[in-house]
Structures are given as C-alpha cells and as structure tokens.
Design a protein around this ligand. Structure first.
Ligand SMILES: NC(=O)C1=CN([C@@H]2O[C@H](COP(=O)(O)OP(=O)(O)OC[C@H]3O[C@@H](n4cnc5c(N)ncnc54)[C@H](OP(=O)(O)O)[C@@H]3O)[C@@H](O)[C@H]2O)C=CC1
Ligand SMILES: CC[C@](O)(C(C)=O)C(=O)O
Ligand SMILES: [Mg+2]
Ligand SMILES: [Mg+2]
Length: 491
C-alpha cells in the first residue's frame, strides 16, 4: 500500500477530493470537440473502451489512430482486428506515440504501470496523457513527467453501451478530471471537455470530478450493485426456480432478459417506477423483501466501501495480479460452470409485464442493491450525483450485457478490475443470503403471486409508497434524469 496516492494525502485533502463533483451544464460543451481539432489522438489498446471511444471520437470529427504492442500487430490479435477492420490506422508505440498530442491509455488497469512506463519516454514535450479510470494514479501512485498534462474521461458504462448510446444519438454519463499535479499549461479541462463531447457523454451528463472520487466510487459501484449483485441474484434466483420445479428454459430466460426489462423501468423513473410496475400486493412484497435484504447485506456493502477507501481492496487485487490472476481466473472458470450459465434460455414467450410479475425477488434485489450502494457511497463522502450514476443509472446498462450472453458477456465487457470485484462480492454474498433464500418460494420468483384478490391495506400501501419516494436516490435521480430528455427507449 506504500505507493497508494490517496493514502499519502492528509485527511482534509482526502475528503475534499472525494467530495469533488460539479454537474456541468450542456452550455459548457457548446464548443464541442474544438479543443481537439488539429490534434492527433492515439489510443493505446483496442478493447472494450478503446474501440467504442475511438469510433465515437472519429465520428465526432477527431483524428484517431491506435498504438498497439508489437505482438498484437504481428499476431493480428483481436485488438488489431478491431482497429483495422474499422478502418483505423494502426502502428507500434515507436511509430505513433511520438506524433500524438493526446495519448488515450485504454489498456487494462493491471497493465497501466508497464504501459505508461513504456509510453512516457516516447511522448512529445507538453502532450496529454489520458485515462478512463484513475486506478493507476490513485491506487498505484504513478508519477507522470512534469511537462505532460494528465486528464481522465471516464464513461460510467461498459464500452459496448458507450458506442450503442452514441449511435442512438445519446451518450453515457461521464466523469472528467484533471490531475492537479499534472496540468502545466492549464489546458487539461478544455481537453477533457472536448474529449467527453467527442464520445457523446455531454448529452447524458458530465460531472467535473477528481481522480480520487472517480476511483473510489467506480470500484464500489462495479463490485456491488452493478455487477456483483446481478451475478449473485442470477445464480440464486435460477437455482431456486430449478429447486422449486420451474422449467429450466423458462427460468433461464426470466433471468437473462429479466434484469434488462425491470431495470429499464428504473432508468426512466427510478426505484419508484420499477416498483410501480408491480400490482399493489406484489409491490408491498418486493418492498418487504428488499428491506430484509438490506439488513442482511449492509455489512457487506460497508466492507466493500471501507476496503476500497483504505486501499485494502487494491492491495489484495494487486496480490492476485502478482499471482498470475489465480483468483480471477478460478472465479471466471467457476462462473462458466454454473447451472444458470449452462442452461440456454427456452423458446418461450415472456411478456414485458410478466418479467415484473414473476420476478418480484429480482425487483427486490435491484432495489436493495441500488439503495445500499447509494447510501454507502454517500456516507463515505461521494457526492449524490456520482453515487447515482454508479448505482442506479448504470445498472440497466450492465443488465443489457447479461441480456446478450448472460454473465459471460457481462464479465467479458466490463474491465478486469470490475470483473475481479464482481466475483469477490459474489463469493461473499452467496453464503450471506443462504438462509434468506431458504424461505423463498415461486410466488416471488418464477410464478408470481397468482392472487384472486389483489386488495391491500391502504395504510400499508401509503407507507410503502412514501418510503419509496423519500429515498435520497430518488430525489437526485429525478433531477439528473431531467437532463436526459434525449435518452432513447430500448425495451
Ligand atoms: N470495460 C469497460 O467498459 C470500462 C473500462 N474502463 C477503463 O478503461 C480502461 C480499459 O479497460 P477495458 O476497455 O476494459 O480493457 P480491455 O481489456 O477491453 O482492452 C484492453 C486492450 O489493451 C490491450 N492490452 C492488454 N495488455 C496490454 C499491454 N500489456 N500493453 C499494451 N496493450 C495491452 C489489449 O490488446 P492486446 O492484448 O491485443 O495487445 C486490448 O486491446 C481501464 O482503465 C478500465 O478501468 C472504464 C469504464 C468502463
Ligand atoms: C461497471 C464496470 C465498469 O466500471 C464500467 C463498465 O463502468 C468497468 O470497470 O468496466
Ligand atoms: Mg465504471
Ligand atoms: Mg470500472
């Protein structure tokens, strides 16, 4: 933990950096990509973010090419195919980095130290180095040459959705930051704004933040509600349905497409709207289940946030990096062998409403996870806007990946860092929910309540509705969604 930049700062500074967050007005992006006009942008790595961001930036009028490691070019690896098949110029570091005005480091976090050490001596005087996640700077304490500007443009979303949303004419919420130790010409903010506009992020909302706030919130969101909770929920709900005699193809489909369908309601109208899609008795049931889940899981959410804040998480993950990713690879193989992953979705019709009616427990899990992640992040000093993006807003975007090819697709699309955190959470959460799951029956997962009388007690309904609407994630959600008038419907 000795190189952890965050841990070297005095408490006052840590709190100030964690709380850095300003929602930027769309007017601040009226110059579009102007600050990048005439500048050469060279992306290192052409994976999930590299390809999506490069394509958006090119379509927005920027000059983009790709620097790949020699072996990737010689062996015509996927990164080389991604870039060349999409018509980009590809070259080695030696060929392209010295020509770059902006170098976009879009390699996996684990590789940042060797990549930056290899690239930095080749960068021209006064150029800009950019990241899409601040791990290398914040958790590894990377020091960058004094003449270089260092910025972060971090889409709060998987790469696939960065591209899909742009093509739909929208964008994804994005955090931007300038590393205060590296802004020699004072141009970091202008470059970061233009870059965010080039990816379409400004249409969904950009937060002027800090490397620290981005890292501590991004790690928390991905480990808990965004990926960990969806993985744990998928495995538990599927196994329960099989145990209770539900057809395996139906169970597989309900989960694979269910997360996407129910969280689409979340995206448009928050937790309130997602629960409003249920009948009154089902809404009260989902509410009660989620309250129970919150009590059981709160200590786990607190542990994840505490370990992220004090650097324990990054230390443990870096030990795994040094151990040839033994845990990551083991957990990845374990996930592939789960019954949910191995059971194809059945050829059975499930209407949009049925996903809600027969997936009450899934709704409860999403509600509990979103609220807990939001509450834990804000209690740690992360500003509500940022916590909203990292909990509620991004959940549907991750759910979209599960709808494509289940947990495999989610874990392949997210970063290796997110994948590691997802498995870490899943490993702890599965046993934690074992007793809770013993009492679960098909009325809340698989078949629905099947009531003849859908009457409820008025006082209880009023209480539940009031509690839903009073949660702080709903207030900030309504405000931020107000800036997303161009968001496109996908389900
Ligand atoms: N995945 C996501 O959606 C998100 C990722 N981020 C951040 O974006 C960054 C990139 O992540 P992501 O897109 O997931 O990465 P990927 O794993 O998808 O892509 C990695 C790319 O980097 C190349 N690469 C791998 N190792 C090296 C190396 N040692 N030297 C040079 N190139 C290498 C790979 O090509 P090859 O092996 O062929 O050389 C590949 O093209 C990370 O900082 C991540 O935290 C932020 C938001 C979301
Ligand atoms: C949710 C995971 C993520 O942070 C992301 C897609 O935003 C990642 O690191 O992949
Ligand atoms: Mg993220
Ligand atoms: Mg991440």
């Amino acid at each position: 933990m000795s190189n952890n930049y965050f841990n070297t700062l005095p408490l006052r500074e840590q709190l100030e950096q964690l709380g850095k967050c300003r929602f930027m007005s769309i007017d601040e992006f009226s110059d579009g990509v102007e600050a990048l006009k005439g500048k050469k942008m060279v992306v290192i790595g052409c994976g999930a973010q590299g390809l999506a961001q490069g394509m958006n930036l090119r379509d927005s009028g920027c000059d983009v090419s790709y620097a790949l490691r020699e072996a990737a070019i010689a062996e015509k690896r996927q990164s080389w195919k991604n870039a060349t098949e999409n018509g980009f110029v590809v070259g080695t570091y030696e060929e392209l980095i010295p020509t770059a005005d902006v170098v976009l480091n879009l390699t996996p976090d684990k590789q940042h130290t060797p990549v930056v050490n290899a690239v930095m001596p080749l960068m021209k005087e006064g150029a800009c180095l950019s990241y899409s996640h601040g791990f290398n700077i914040v958790e590894e304490g990377m020091k960058i040459r004094d003449d270089l500007t260092v910025i972060m443009v971090a889409p709060k979303c998987p790469g696939s959705e960065v591209r899909n949303e742009y093509v739909r004419g929208f964008g994804v919420p994005t955090l931007i930051a300038v590393h205060e130790d590296n802004d020699p010409k004072g141009e970091g903010l202008a470059l970061a704004k233009a870059y965010a506009a080039g990816t379409g992020g400004h249409k969904a909302g950009v937060l002027m933040s800090s490397f620290i706030a981005e890292v501590k919130s991004d790690l928390m969101g991905e480990q808990t509600i965004l990926c960990g909770m969806l993985q744990t929920g998928s495995l538990l709900c599927f196994d329960k349905m099989i145990e209770e005699g539900i057809d395996a193809g139906y169970a597989s489909k309900l989960i694979q497409y269910g997360w996407e369908t129910i969280t689409e309601a979340l995206k448009y109208g928050g937790v309130t709207n997602m629960l409003d899609r249920l009948s009154n008795p089902a809404k009260i049931k989902a509410f009660d289940l989620s309250e129970e889940l919150k009590v059981i899981m709160r200590p786990l959410y607190n542990k994840h946030q505490d370990d992220i804040i004090d650097g324990t998480f990054s230390t443990v993950m870096m030990e795994d990096w040094a151990n040839d990713d033994k845990n990551l690879l083991g957990w990845r193989a374990e996930t592939a062998e789960t019954a949910f992953e191995k059971t194809p979705a059945g050829d059975v019709e499930i209407s949009e409403q049925e996903y809600f009616d027969n997936g009450i427990l899934m709704v409860a899990m999403v509600k509990a996870g979103v609220e807990l992640a939001f509450e834990t992040m804000t209690a740690a000093g992360i500003i509500a806007d940022s916590a909203y993006y990292e909990s509620l807003h991004e959940t549907p975007l991750i759910a979209n990946t599960i709808a494509r090819k289940k947990l495999y697709e989610m874990n392949a699309t997210i970063s290796d860092t997110a994948e590691y955190g997802c498995y870490l959470y899943n490993h702890a959460c599965l046993p934690l929910l074992a007793d809770f799951m013993k009492d679960i029956k098909t009325d809340v997962i698989g078949k629905g309540l099947e009531l003849d009388d859908t009457g409820v007690d008025n006082a209880r309904l009023i209480e539940v509705n009031a509690a839903l609407r009073a949660h702080p994630v709903e207030a900030i959600g309504a405000e931020l969604r107000g800036h997303m008038a161009d968001m496109k419907k996908i389900v």
